[in-house]
Each structure stands twice: as C-alpha cells, then as structure tokens.
Write a protein that binds this ligand. Structure first.
Ligand SMILES: *Cc1c(COP(=O)(O)O)cnc(C)c1O
Length: 364
C-alpha cells in the first residue's frame, strides 16, 4: 500500500485538509512579527526569580487546579461572586477546549480578518466555521451582517477579539453587546491585547450569562510561559474543566507567573513604553506618502502598501534584517497589508529606517 493511501486511511479528512500553523524563522533578524514584548527582565529580577524557581518540586505533579495562581489572577482582575476562572496552556489551549466541548457539527462564528486559530481549531474538530467580513473602512463589526448570520446559523460559539488581531482596533461596544444579546450561544471576548488598551469586558461579565472573557500573559511579556485564562459563569467553566487535562499548567509556569504578577510594576513600565512607542511608530509610518496606517489599541500596527507592493516590501525589510508579517497572501481585506509588532525604541528606529528607504527604492 502506498504511504499516502496509508496516511489517508488513518487520519480524519479534516486533519488531512489542514496545513500546519507556520512560524517564520527569525534567526539573526530583528523580530517584529509575533506581538512579543521585546524586553527581558533586569538582572536583579532574574536573580530573584531563580531563587524562587530553585525551590520547585519538579519531581511532583503540579497543583492540578493551580489554586495559588488562580487566586492571584482573580484578585488582579477583580473576579468574584458567581464567576469562575479556568487556566490554559496559552489561550490557544482554551480555544481548543471550548471547541472540543461543542456538539459534533456545531457552528462557530467570527468576523474576518481575525485570529487564525479560531478557524484552524474549528476545522480540525470538524465544526462548521463561518466568518463574516468586517467593514472595509475601519474594520469595525458589520452588525447587520453579524445579526443576520446569528439568526440564520444559530452558532454555538462566537469569537470576538478585543482589540482584534490582525487589525488592531476595538470593535464598537454597542455592537458587541447587541451580538451577545442576540446569540443563542456563547460569546468569547478574547482580550489577548488587554495590556495595551484601557477598554475591557471584564466588568461586563456580570450582565450576561453567555459572555466569557479570555486573556493571556503572552502579549504582556510572558509568551514563553504559555499561560492563558478564561472567566465566566461557574456553571460554564465547570463543564470546560471536565475536559481540561489535569496538569495542563506545569509547575515552572505556575511559579513563574505568580512571581511575575507580583512584579507588576515592571510590566506596567514595559507596556506603557510600548504604548508610547506605538504612537510614535504610527505617526512615522503615516508620514510616508503612499502607505495607509490603521489606528491600533494593541502592540502592533497594520498598514497597507500601494497595490502589489506588500511582498516586495516585506522581502526588502527582511534583507535589511527586519522580520515583520506579510498578511497580503490572506487576501480579502488584508490584500497589500503588512503588520509590524512594536519593539524597543532602537528596533523601531531600525524598522522605520528600513521601511522608508525600501519604499523609496521600490518607487525609484
Ligand atoms: C496571540 C493571541 C492569542 C494566543 O495567545 P496564547 O495565550 O499565546 O496562546 C489568542 N488570541 C489572540 C487574538 C491573539 O492575538
């Protein structure tokens, strides 16, 4: 039996049809492609951290409930009453858990362009994934189209990233509320970029029993730890908890996250630096004639090149040692679009310098 027949006789069609989530190799390049916080910890903090880590009992299984860390996170976000929290190995794992809990042919709805894992994980599980285009001018929700799709498809789950990735904007709060009120299923407001905006649905949780708010420590500055969490009514979280792997948050992550959250001043300093750099970088890109920028409440900026220039510009930047993200191949509203993550002031300067010189070369 030829190998390809063997493979396709073993795996589900949904899996065979997928392509793996690709991560670009950043070897030697200034890495502005993945919404990471560019700052490491100061040496004294690293020393203190190592002292804490030294005590870790890695011969034992981790606390399956991560009680101490959960309590710290709940306190920080002001979670109480009938609300519960579930932790995941990154919020990606929580997205997977949510989808795994749905009926076999359930429908999942999300606006597009959006976060790719919603689609990837839905497809993999054989769910019916429906995406509704955002408005082309400002990437806000197309509320009539969303409400029509809700009415027609009766989705079990809706994902709304707030701010949205890869567009960087916040959807209108009124539209989100109307969607929560209209849908028969759950609405997950994905606040992966919470450290870079003042808006949140955390305080709205008490108003709607079908609302869940998901967050992650990745974009804050702990992408290597893999820790995400979701908050909602305890009856909903209880169901998700049944399918969570018992030790999904490892000991080192539990200890390190706890330590980091107790050093919150450090992160406040870093994220406010990133926020002010975001304004500077946005103005600088905007000053290049021919490039369109979009406002951002996240730690990245989406911008649009003249027609058919995105791929060349992306490659020219790479030649100059800078890795950003080319979104143009995704087509639709992202045609001719590139996305840059905000780095340190020096990295941003290098990017801006390379961008303007490449753009000149391209037009010269
Ligand atoms: C980055 C990102 C995530 C995933 O975060 P992890 O916690 O690192 O898995 C989830 N949602 C959105 C919108 C993101 O941009």
């Amino acid at each position: 039996m030829p190998q390809s027949h063997f493979i396709s006789s073993i795996f589900r069609k949904e899996v065979l049809d997928l392509s793996a989530y690709k991560v670009a190799d950043a070897g030697g390049l200034i890495k502005l492609d993945a919404m990471e916080n560019p700052y490491r910890w100061p040496e004294p903090v690293i020393k203190e951290w190592l002292d804490v880590i030294k005590e870790a009992e890695i011969n034992r299984y981790p606390d399956p409930e991560a009680r101490r860390l959960s309590a710290t996170l709940k306190k920080i976000d002001g979670i109480s009453g009938n609300l519960e929290m579930l932790l995941g190995n990154g919020s990606d794992e929580i997205i997977q858990l949510l989808l795994m809990a749905l009926p076999t042919h359930a429908k999942v709805l999300s606006p597009s362009p959006g976060f790719v894992m919603y689609r990837q994980l839905s497809r993999c599980l054989g769910l019916d994934y429906i995406d509704i285009p955002l408005l082309s001018g400002d990437f806000d929700l197309d509320l009539p189209a969303m409400l029509e799709a809700i009415d027609k498809h009766q989705p079990s789950l809706i994902f709304l990233a707030y701010p949205n990735n890869p567009t960087g904007n916040l959807f209108s709060e009124i539209s989100i509320r109307k969607i929560i009120e209209a849908t028969p299923g759950l609405v997950v407001v994905d606040e992966a970029y919470a450290p870079f905006t003042d808006q949140s649905f955390i305080d709205v949780l008490g108003e709607y029993s079908n609302l869940l708010v998901m967050r992650t420590l990745s974009k804050l500055g702990l992408a290597g730890l893999r820790l995400g969490y979701i908050v909602g009514e305890s009856s909903i979280i209880g169901e998700l908890n049944k399918i969570r792997l018992p030790y999904n948050i490892n000991t080192l992550t539990q200890i390190t996250a706890e330590f980091a959250l107790n050093n919150s001043d450090l992160f406040k300093q870093q994220t406010s630096q990133i926020r002010s750099e975001r304004s500077r970088v946005l103005l600088e890109i905007r000053s290049i004639e021919g490039i369109t920028t979009y406002p951002s409440e996240a730690n990245f900026i989406l911008f649009r090149t003249p027609p058919d220039k995105a791929a060349s510009l992306f490659e020219m930047l790479k030649t100059k040692g800078i890795l950003i993200k080319n979104l143009s191949p995704q087509g639709g509203l992202l045609l001719d679009c590139l996305r840059v993550t905000i780095g340190t002031p020096d990295e941003n300067d290098a990017f801006l310098q390379a961008l303007s010189s490449s753009f000149e070369q391209l037009n010269g």
